[in-house]
Write a protein that binds this ligand. Structure first.
Ligand code: ARG
Length: 537
């Protein structure tokens, strides 16, 4: 139809779109992929994939592994800047979203053969440290021997010092001087700073370990030594101007400029981000740099991206590499449709959410008598896989640009589009295979797949869309694309299983292999979404 609109009225021999389509079909080279072609409707060319080719592709995957289905992206090295909490402050649900979505994007890129630098851009430098250090000195005159347990809850510590800062002018004065000393490199202050960072780091590490997320910390302080030179470079390119005592970059489309040196001469969030970008492009040779924060920071990113374009660090076209993307996400909401908080209006502590998800899923398993069937370890591991998986999947399945309402009841429901439902579906497939008492690894080598039944064909077709789905999720930076794929995969499997008998049927071998292939693709999806699969439930 597209071709017809181009050649129409230009003396063509064809009489309409169907005739063009016919000619196209005639000229198509023969391919083992294609069973038949036909013209449909006003001129669509329908291509029917060969069932034999589809079956062969799945058989090959069973033998050579699912990694042979990985897409290949044109990028060699990428930075994913995610999680990135602030030292001495608690990680909150916003950081949870950043951690979960960022980890998934990193996993998908890694699977697609991109080398990923997983960067934790922690907020470990800034004026809050003056107050924290002074408070530390006051509470623990013998700073060297301070331990994590002595300080206790670092967030509490932060709050108390902030209170003192706001109420006690003498303390405030000291805190401000402490910042100057710290930034001037005074070893005593640097040591205290390092201590606070270390305690905070250990707290964060516990969360990452539980979520099985790997990150390499390169905090804001890492870029300090490079900032002055970078600002110098931008100045020499004529980008930096004086404005109200500060040094700024004016950017089209934005009223207020981007401040890169504060009026007191200090650097800020923007100068650090510009420097980190410079470092990632020049020192780390990354071609694609991806940042995860809530949408509230969108303007900051758009502004410094534009500044980098003006400096010639990035091409004008934002789809050409080297490329930067701000992957923003919406808020997590509570039942009241407001920002998710606990009753005491405190921020929600991440560890508490993880605990509760696990506890609730354990209670559900016990209710189903699993504590009598399984060992305590099995019960614990399954509760954790299901609980954490549910939490992650609830976050990943909606388009990240919209917020979502946090609900344990919903995410732990065993029906509908939840991780619990999907993990059940996977466990059921595993149980079908177990019940056959066949050696599936042996079958893989010798057995053949046939996709004769419509439901078998539909399942096979969906499986074969795996690679393009991962590629789409990577290029659009939308993990929900993969979630939807996984959900439909389990739906297609259910349709297949309710219309095709597996064990004891004449087609048993082929169908068992289809079960196994489905389970493998599901597990790869779980893996890419950071969810631990379970084999019985
Ligand atoms: N620490 C920041 C926050 O908690 C997020 C940092 C994101 N990364 C970056 N390069 N700016 O809001």
């Amino acid at each position: 139809m597209g071709l017809w609109s181009i050649i129409k009225g230009k003396g063509t021999q064809f009489k309409g779109p169907p005739a063009v389509g016919q000619a196209l079909i005639k000229s198509l080279p023969t391919s083992e992929m294609v069973e038949s072609c036909s013209i449909a409707g006003p001129g669509f060319v329908n291509v029917v994939l060969s069932a034999k080719w589809m079956a062969k592709s799945i058989e090959n995957m069973l033998i050579d592994g699912i990694d042979t289905w990985a897409p290949t992206l044109s990028v060699k090295r990428a930075v994913v800047d995610f999680s990135s909490p602030n030292i001495a402050k608690e990680m909150h649900v916003g950081h949870l979203r950043s951690t979960i979505i960022g980890d998934t994007l990193a996993r998908m890129l890694e699977y697609s053969k991109v080398e990923v630098l997983r960067r934790n851009h922690v907020g470990d430098w800034g004026t809050q440290f003056g107050m924290l250090i002074e408070f530390l000195f006051e509470k623990f005159p013998d700073t060297d021997s301070v331990t994590e347990t002595a300080i206790g809850d670092l967030q509490m510590f932060y709050k108390k010092s902030k209170l003192k800062f706001d109420l006690d002018p003498e303390f405030k004065e000291k805190a401000q001087q402490a910042v100057v000393r710290l930034q001037g490199g005074d070893p005593v202050y640097l040591k205290a700073w390092a201590k606070i960072c270390e305690i905070s780091r250990n707290e964060f590490a516990k969360v990452y370990q539980r979520l099985r997320v790997e990150l390499e910390e390169k905090g804001e302080s890492f870029y300090n030594p490079y900032i002055a030179n970078v600002i110098e470079e931008l100045s020499s390119k004529g980008l930096v101007e004086e404005s109200k005592g500060a040094r700024v970059i004016f950017i089209e489309g934005f009223k207020a400029p981007l401040i890169v040196v504060k009026s007191d001469g200090g650097f800020n969030y923007a100068s650090t981000d510009l420097t980190a970008l410079w470092y990632r492009l020049n020192e780390e040779k990354a071609e694609w740099i991806i940042y995860l924060t809530d949408l509230g920071q969108q303007q900051h990113f758009h502004m410094f991206f534009k500044a980098a374009r003006k400096a010639g660090w990035l091409p004008d076209d934002d789809k050409t590499y080297p490329r930067v993307n701000h992957v923003g996400f919406g808020l997590v909401l509570g039942d009241d449709n407001k920002r998710f908080r606990t009753r005491s209006t405190e921020v929600v502590r991440l560890v508490d959410l993880l605990d509760e998800a696990k506890d609730r899923s354990k209670a559900a398993l016990i209710e189903r008598g699993k504590d009598k069937e399984w060992t305590p370890e099995e019960l614990d591991q399954t509760a954790e896989a299901v609980g954490y998986g549910a939490l992650k999947y609830a976050d990943l399945k909606t388009n990240r640009l919209t917020g979502y309402t946090f609900s344990f009841d919903q995410m732990l429901n065993d029906k509908g589009d939840t991780a619990v439902y999907l993990l059940y579906a996977h466990a059921r497939i595993c149980s079908i295979i177990r019940k056959s008492s066949k050696d599936i690894d042996e079958l893989k080598k010798t057995g053949k797949i046939a996709l004769d039944h419509a439901a078998e064909r539909a399942l096979g077709l969906h499986m074969l869309q795996f690679a393009e789905t991962v590629e789409e999720a990577c290029t659009t930076l939308l993990p929900n694309v993969l979630c939807k794929y996984l959900y439909y995969l389990s739906e297609e499997f259910t349709k297949f299983y309710s219309s095709c008998q597996v064990n004891g049927s004449a087609e048993e071998t082929s169908r068992l292999l289809l079960c196994e292939a489905t389970a493998i693709v599901m597990r790869k999806c779980f893996h890419l979404l950071g969810i631990t699969p379970v084999y019985k439930l």
